[in-house]
Design a protein around this ligand. Structure first.
Ligand SMILES: [Zn+2]
Length: 1027
């Protein structure tokens, strides 16, 4: 995938169009179905839900005509005004729960959806309510069931198993009480002699007998009255009213579409034939099998679906579930002790994306699900929704297939053949005409900021990429600089040079010339370039040291409130004057605290409130923090978090003193300025009736139960959601999840990107374990642990992470394995689970006992919640390769390039040797460590130096030497880089390098002064599991 391929997606791309003979609007009014009464669970209380039926007057078909803003403010308004400010809901109920992420079967979830579970501890939670009152807040900071005061006291374990282990914070595992005690009661009273192999209580891995007899698509006894009012669907096809408008088509008996869920049952039956235990369930004794890493990347499990369904399923790069086999009931899920959730990368750069232009976007009349590959066609004229089971009509227009240019094959339409698809949205998906791309840059020009030299980099990067900013002829741009005062720039066409306007009354922010501060980029490009060229010098002599970031942001809000857009803030110090000023909270003495870390939550709600105001006006704020000193990212980060922005952090940034940071900043900026962007976005995630989403992770504002407000969406943003099973999925063999992202492209098109994931439902614990996706589980737990750190405490979060591993392995051992054997047993698919948990415990976000700056820790937490899964996993558990003995054995061949595939090594110094060279892929950064006694031929053939002594301290590039060794290693590194949209920097380090410590810190399997080795950690788990 080349970068040009990504760029071409900015509103461009081939589209399907319908045949000219169609006139669907006349046949099917476009607002059809919107007025249908809301179904339970899909409450339509919010006025601005993703496509809401607009009053006809809202839509102004002329995109060029300025919209009457007042008219749109109502539907767009959010609970963001001071009087309706969401507040953190105080805990109302704090039953003592153990440090676990999972709910007690008899108690409400420990991390509840506030609107769902706070008031009532009843086992079945109240029906979900939308976040529409303006008094609630996204649930992400909620932890009402867990109070630090109730954390079990530190209780020293029986430390006999780790005599030489350093002092660590290990809290004895508190069980969930009766249910778990009961589980453990099933253990044989005295362990039988270890059999050679464990067996599974569920017998051969299988679907359930009897389940296949249920015809798919007919038996839904739990349908609600509303659904039952639908005419009986099973009329034979030949009795259907012959509404075939395209009489040219030969008369034909209706045939079941080639691919549909209607065929699922027989296909599922095939799975039953699988008599052998799948590899995923192979029993692994973690204490004996040392090398558990696969030779290459860890691949996600493939859902156990019939091939024809799986072939159409959504790519795991975009949409993944922690459990690729969904438990039939919540109690089964509780028993497995694994988290159920989705991980999404919804706006990922895609090399292929089908785009459909259609005046009718076919959706379920009840639940508004977009038609997708997993619906079933009852006949040519009717399809059954796979989320709510409503039977819908197939619109006339849908009978024409633009791909094959034929009529009468609705099941072959691109919408039914692609799990990821994009629609060009018609007018009813607009609350106002799509706004232009608007970019506002806010630059810190205090003495401290100018001294770092960052301004040169930002201005130069903007000059270089001005023509590559996504947009069209309407694109607008503006600049604000600030120190203790706020400076606006009049860039109005016709001026001979930019005009600076200083506002020194920061208490009462106003716009000096509201109409000329945001200008058309094309028309005013020269003035913009003038400004960018002169900015670095304008402040070079400044002695102003204060930072009034809050007022600058207030000014930005005023400036963009009519159009929305993107605000990019560059900040280098703690804001000390005006609204939102902050005080230092980082106490160096606390950085290496063995237990709890203070000040992880914001010091003020100023930034969150402003972010919600911004979100209401479709403004996202991205924060670039460049600083050597404490900036209180925990407070500042709220401005991006709730406005769906991004946070970038460059600790100790300085152009001259820290060249590696500068290089990373430059690369990040290029990507940031040129990557695709969506404006005015909302994302809704729907799932099959019975499943319910209750907690979201990422940067956004939750507008209603399942609707995320995203003033901007970018292709590097990841999201996660937690789910529960509200109603038993007894009659279902599959369930589906659909994420729909509605956005305005930078070219002013309203578009909808839809991803649909289909997964099987199972009713045995062994099947649930067999489908566990260990990376998705680790990533979701990481997000949950970040919330727990903030709402309760870091030690609480750490205990919960450890207990997640203990609980699921205990469940596996007691409920899946019938015969016990010694060791720490895990199914093969979860064999990396303890390793990932340990890596998380040693990650900057959660580590204790090693000195970690507060901002760096908070940033690490932001990344865990925001990074897409693939990059997140490399940050948590980097990949280590040996580089001095690369061969072509097993190499990939891509475009006539040979790319060696070295084995991934364990992250332990025992895998390193001084006579070698090792590459560590940390996602954003690559380290190439050269051993002191490295093979001389590697030094000459790859590095172009004669001896180790000649290796420079700050080498960042491999020379292009004409040797086989050089080509191999460069091909490998290039290949790693090509797989991600950002550009990871290479650091070539030697023993004396400062970065050596960073490299060694990632050796997560080794013991450190303050943390267990992997083996010690396994012993700890074993002791807890066998309790
Ligand atoms: Zn539906």
């Amino acid at each position: 995938m080349s970068s040009s391929g990504f760029a071409s997606q900015n509103g461009a791309g081939a589209t399907y169009a319908n045949g000219p003979s169609q006139n669907p609007v006349a046949l099917y009014p476009t607002n059809q179905g919107y007025m249908a009464p809301p179904q339970p669970g899909y409450l339509n209380a919010m006025p601005a839900k993703e496509p809401t039926p607009p009053a006809p007057s809202y839509y102004n078909p002329s995109r060029q005509q300025p919209s009457p803003v007042a008219m749109f403010q109502q539907p767009l308004s959010l609970p963001a005004s001071p009087n309706h400010r969401p507040a953190l809901v105080p805990p109302t109920h704090t039953p003592p729960l153990a440090n676990s992420f999972y709910q007690h079967p008899q108690q409400p979830p420990s991390w509840p959806h506030p609107a769902v579970n706070q008031a009532s501890p009843a086992p079945s939670p109240a029906p979900p309510q939308p976040y529409n009152t303006g008094t609630s807040t996204p649930p992400v900071f909620q932890n009402t069931m867990q109070s630090p005061a109730l954390v079990p006291p530190y209780s020293s374990l029986n430390n006999a198993y780790m005599p030489a282990a350093p002092a660590v914070n290990v809290v004895a595992h508190q069980s969930f009480g009766p249910p778990q005690a009961a589980l453990r009661g099933t253990l044989p009273p005295s362990g039988p002699p270890p059999p050679p192999l464990a067996t599974h209580s569920d017998g051969p891995y299988s679907a359930q007998p009897g389940a296949m007899n249920r015809p798919m698509g007919t038996a839904y006894p739990s349908l609600q009255p509303a659904y039952q009012s639908v005419p009986a669907p099973q009329k034979p096809a030949h009795m259907q009213p012959a509404a075939q408008p395209y009489s040219t088509a030969a008369p034909q008996q209706y045939q079941q579409p080639s691919v549909s869920t209607a065929q699922l049952s027989p296909s599922l039956a095939a799975l039953n034939l699988q008599s052998e235990m799948p590899e995923a369930l192979r029993v692994v004794n973690l204490l004996q099998e040392r090398n558990l890493l696969p030779p290459g990347a860890v691949t996600p499990p493939t859902p156990c679906l019939p091939q024809d369904l799986q072939r159409l399923n959504c790519s795991p790069e975009v949409f993944r579930c922690t459990l690729t086999s969904i438990p039939q009931t919540q109690s089964l899920l509780n028993k497995a002790k694994l988290p159920l959730g989705l991980l999404l990368h919804p706006f990922k750069d895609l090399s292929q994306l089908p785009v459909v232009t259609s005046s009718t976007i076919v959706r379920c009349r009840s639940c508004r699900t977009y038609i997708n590959p997993f619906v079933s066609f009852l006949d040519q004229r009717r399809w059954k929704c796979n989320l709510c089971y409503r039977v819908n009509d197939v619109p006339e227009e849908f009978m024409y297939n633009p791909v094959s240019r034929s009529y009468g094959e609705p099941h072959k339409r691109p919408e039914v053949q692609n799990a990821t698809i994009e629609f060009i949205a018609p007018s009813e998906y607009m609350l106002r005409p799509p706004q232009p791309a608007v970019y506002l840059f806010i630059l810190d020009v205090s003495h401290n900021a100018v001294e770092t030299g960052y301004l040169d980099v930002v201005c130069q990067s903007l000059l270089d990429n001005l023509n590559s900013l996504p947009g069209d002829t309407r694109t607008k741009i503006g600049f604000i600089t600030f120190d203790s005062t706020i400076h606006f720039y009049n860039l109005q066409e016709g001026l001979s040079q930019p005009q600076m306007l200083i506002v020194s009354d920061i208490e009462d922010m106003f716009l000096p010339t509201p109409d000329s501060l945001l200008v058309n980029l094309n028309e005013c490009k020269e003035l913009v370039q003038d400004l960018l060229r002169s900015l670095p010098q304008m402040f070079s002599k400044t002695m102003e040291t204060q930072s009034a970031l809050g007022p600058a942001l207030q000014g930005a809000f005023k400036l963009l409130s009519h159009t929305g857009g993107r605000v990019s803030v560059f900040q280098t110090q703690l804001p000390a004057v005006g609204a939102g000023s902050l005080k230092p909270r980082d106490e160096p003495s606390q950085r290496a605290a063995a237990k709890d870390i203070q000040h992880l939550s914001p010091a003020t709600d100023f930034y969150k409130k402003l972010a919600l105001d911004c979100s209401g006006q479709q403004i996202a704020v991205d924060l670039f923090l460049l600083s050597a000193q404490y900036c209180d990212l925990a407070s500042l980060g709220c401005i991006s978090r709730y406005s769906a922005g991004s946070v970038y952090y460059y600790p100790s940034y300085h152009n001259h003193h820290n060249p590696s940071q500068t290089e990373r900043f430059q690369k990040d900026l290029k990507r940031y300025l040129t990557r695709k962007i969506g404006f005015e976005a909302v994302m809704r995630i729907r799932c099959t009736k019975g499943l319910s989403i209750h907690t979201f992770h990422g940067n956004f504002f939750v507008r209603s139960t399942d609707l995320l407000s995203l003033p901007n969406v970018n292709p590097d943003a990841g999201f996660a959601v937690q789910m529960s099973i509200e109603e038993n999925l007894l009659d279902m063999q599959v369930v589906s999840f659909q994420a729909a992202l509605l956005y305005t492209s930078s070219k002013g098109e309203r578009r909808i990107r839809v991803h649909t994931l289909c997964l099987p439902v199972v009713n045995s614990l062994s099947d649930i374990f067999a489908g566990a996706d260990v990376q998705a589980i680790a990533a979701l737990l990481a997000s949950m642990a970040v919330d727990r750190s903030v709402s309760a405490s870091l030690s609480d979060a750490r205990d919960a992470l450890t207990n997640a591993a203990i609980d699921s392995l205990t469940s596996y051992c007691t409920s899946v394995l019938t015969i016990q054997q010694p060791g720490l047993l895990a199914p093969a698919c979860l064999r990396l689970f303890p390793l990932y948990i340990l890596a998380l415990l040693k990650h900057k976000a959660f580590c204790t006992g090693t000195s970690t700056r507060l901002d760096e820790r908070v940033f690490a937490m932001c990344q865990l919640k925001y990074q897409p899964l693939a990059y997140l996993m490399l940050m948590v558990h980097p990949a280590l390769y040996r580089m001095d003995n690369l061969t072509d054995e097993g190499a990939l061949n891509i475009n006539e390039r040979t790319i060696p595939q070295p084995r991934v090594l364990q992250l332990s110094v025992e895998k390193l040797s001084r006579d070698g060279a090792f590459l560590m892929d940390h996602g954003m950064v690559l380290y190439l460590w050269i051993g002191r006694n490295c093979n001389p031929s590697f030094l000459t053939q790859v590095l172009g130096i004669q001896s180790y002594i000649a290796l420079p301290q700050n080498m960042k590039q491999l020379p292009e030497l004409d040797t086989a060794e050089s080509s191999r290693i460069r091909a490998f590194i290039d290949w790693l880089r090509e797989q991600r949209p950002f550009y990871p920097i290479l650091h070539i380090i030697r023993d004396e390098s400062e970065l050596k410590a960073e490299f060694m810190q990632n050796m997560v399997e080794d013991r450190t002064e303050s943390a267990l080795s992997y083996y010690e950690f396994l012993l700890h788990l074993q002791q807890q599991v066998s309790k």
